[in-house]
Design a protein around this ligand. Structure first.
Ligand code: EPU
Length: 335
């Protein structure tokens, strides 16, 4: 296995930030990974697709990238399959594989950037579906012991853009394989209004999983910038959840506020709405910007540094707090 020195991560993060790793290596199998962990170089950080990551400085220690590949059906019944996927597979390529073979469950998660191994870490979600809805179990290697451990759904402690791997086990395990439960008899989920609107406009009454995927791709492409064209990492912040009292004050001053009522008298407010109302949509600060079509997405206009993007994020957090009294928490990992 080759360990590279002072290796540029520019092509390995979707913000396109030019930051060096003191040491960098890829692993293609569990055995590869175990020998890298055994080399004793610390700190050690794990890179997936680099699509949920803001790099603010050159990194010391060892950065390792998951390149474990393979998509394999390991169990099958009349109605469903269990598929085992190497953590280094590209998420959307898995979605395409499922659509080609007519396996359902991934269509609403079409075109999400990133790798399969990173998907459980923040329980990726879009258009009414989250990873946890199709998740069966995963295998991960302990950074400390090098041993392989299996985590079932409960052990992963999935929440909104959250799991145990982003919380108490942060940096402690490398997710090597993910097992998902996909359908052969499909349950179509078109509860998200924009998907329904597209299907109606195309006069599709009984949509297939392929129709749903096409609708999702159409929505994403109309709002979300393509990282190949303009550096970004999707939603930069999580949508904040606030109490009833906070919500009532917000609604009194802003009757047009967009919200989703949750259980336990809590309210989720789209961060994009708050950021837009705070005046940041389409604005720039140096090379960093707030996207003109979706204010929740921060972009690199070409020559931004990670620090510039972080400064913009800080300013947005400050203004949203000043104007609405609501705190925004980044969804992306900041290194
Ligand atoms: N909105 C605005 N202005 C904006 C953006 C949004 O007012 O600039 C308001 C609109 O009213 C809109 C509402 O916010 O109806 C919701 O916007 P959208 O449907 O685009 O979804 P979101 O809440 O901004 C979340 C996820 C996305 C996911 C979409 C669709 C988070 C942090 N983001 O965004 O996930 O694709 O829902 O399900 O939960 C990602 O995580 O990287 C990501 C893109």
């Amino acid at each position: 296995m080759v360990i590279k020195h002072y290796y540029s991560l520019r092509k390995l993060n979707t913000f396109g930030l030019d930051v060096n790793a003191e040491k960098f290596a890829e692993f293609h199998s569990e055995a590869d990974l175990q020998s890298l962990l055994n080399a004793g170089i610390r700190p050690i950080r794990i890179l997936g697709g680099g699509s949920n990551l803001l790099l603010t400085e050159n990194l010391t220690g060892l950065i390792i990238k998951n390149e474990i590949k393979g998509i394999k059906i390991i169990a099958e019944t009349e109605g469903e399959i269990i598929v085992s996927i190497g953590g280094g597979e590209v998420w959307h390529e898995l979605v395409l594989w499922a659509l080609e073979n007519n396996y359902g469950g991934l269509e609403n998660l079409s075109l999400i950037p990133g790798s399969v191994g990173a998907a459980p870490i923040q329980n990726i979600g879009a258009y009414g579906v989250e990873l946890k809805d199709i998740f069966q179990r995963l295998e991960a290697v302990s950074v400390d012991s090098g041993k392989i451990k299996t985590f079932d759904k409960e052990a992963c402690q999935f929440g909104y853009r959250m799991s145990i791997f982003k919380n108490e086990l942060k940096g402690k395990y490398v997710i090597t394989r993910v097992h998902l439960r996909l359908t052969k008899k499909h349950e179509i989920n078109i509860e998200y209004g924009a998907i329904r609107n597209i299907l109606t406009s195309k006069k599709i009454i009984n949509p297939t999983i392929q129709d749903v995927s096409e609708a999702v791709i159409e929505i994403r492409q109309s709002k979300l910038p393509d990282p190949e064209e303009i550096g970004n990492s999707g939603s930069f912040f999580k949508n904040p959840v606030i109490s009833k009292g906070q919500f009532q004050r917000l609604e009194k001053e802003n009757p047009e506020v967009v919200y989703y009522k949750l259980e336990n008298d809590q309210y989720k407010i789209p961060a994009g709405w708050l950021i837009e109302k705070a005046g940041w949509k389409g604005k720039r600060m140096g090379g960093a910007g707030c996207h003109e079509k979706q204010a929740l997405v921060l972009v690199n206009h070409g020559n931004a540094t990670g620090t510039e993007i972080r400064n913009l994020a800080n300013k947005i957090q400050y203004d949203v707090m000043e104007k609405f009294g609501v705190g925004l928490i980044p969804e992306v990992n900041i290194w």
